[in-house]
Design a protein around this ligand. Structure first.
Ligand code: HEM
Length: 193
């Protein structure tokens, strides 16, 4: 009998979105979001739009059954406060958040991306500190969880990885992750046009 190396759902999602993530990361950094508070405010605008798109995930009753600490994970309030700190008006977004219209499997893929982005936020938070921004002013949405980022992430991935899904749902999770990244890219198109 030979040992088969099994990967987790999260590891598969990471592998499938790795190239997209790298492009996104490079694109953001190429626009020098930490060169000045004005540059940061443009990046913040894209983050605001993305987290607002994602916000309905955090009060989705089906997801709440699967991820018990779901509501505490939301960052909408912090990003809205960051926008205020930087003197940015919240964009008038009439349409309902995209995430309010997703089936639960697609929503899981979205949630993977939004929760995963808290890991990269560790780097961004340190860079924001150099602009005098922190968890009390301007960079609240980038601050780590009191339990520590790694632990907060592991709690999420162990719940996600523990779910039994059929093939079709599995494909929807992946498609959800891909579309969440595409959505952030579309916001970057807008702020960096
Ligand atoms: C310049 C901006 C960014 C940088 C420098 C960055 C950097 C990183 C780094 C270093 C990690 C891995 C951390 C670790 O394994 O401990 C990570 C993970 C991740 N980031 Fe980013 N990131 C950025 C922006 C974003 C954005 C905007 C999104 C989503 C829209 C995102 C989604 C993710 C996801 C989903 C993961 C988790 C990957 C996994 O382990 O499964 N990142 N990021």
């Amino acid at each position: 009998m030979s040992a088969v190396a099994e990967t987790t759902r999260t590891q598969d999602l990471k592998a499938r979105t790795h190239a997209t993530h790298d492009q996104l990361d490079q694109r953001i950094m190429a626009n020098q979001p930490f060169a000045s508070r004005d540059n940061y405010a443009r990046f913040l605008d894209a983050q605001y739009r993305f987290l607002r798109d994602a916000d309905a995930l955090y009060d989705n009753p089906e997801l709440a059954k699967l991820f018990p600490d779901l509501a505490e994970r939301r960052r909408y309030v912090s990003i809205a406060a960051d926008m205020g700190d930087l003197g940015r008006a919240l964009p008038q977004l009439a349409e309902a958040p995209i995430s309010s219209q997703l089936d639960v499997a697609t929503a899981m893929g979205w949630l993977y991306v939004v929760e995963g982005s808290k890991l990269g936020a560790a780097i961004l938070y340190k860079l924001a500190n150099k602009l005098g921004l922190d968890e009390k002013f301007g960079a609240r949405h980038l601050a780590g969880h009191p339990d520590g980022r790694a632990r907060h992430w592991r709690a999420f991935t162990s719940a996600l990885d523990g779910l039994m899904l059929d093939e079709e749902s599995e494909a929807r999770v992946t498609a959800g992750a891909v579309s969440a990244f595409a959505c952030m890219n579309a916001h970057l198109d807008q702020v960096y046009a």
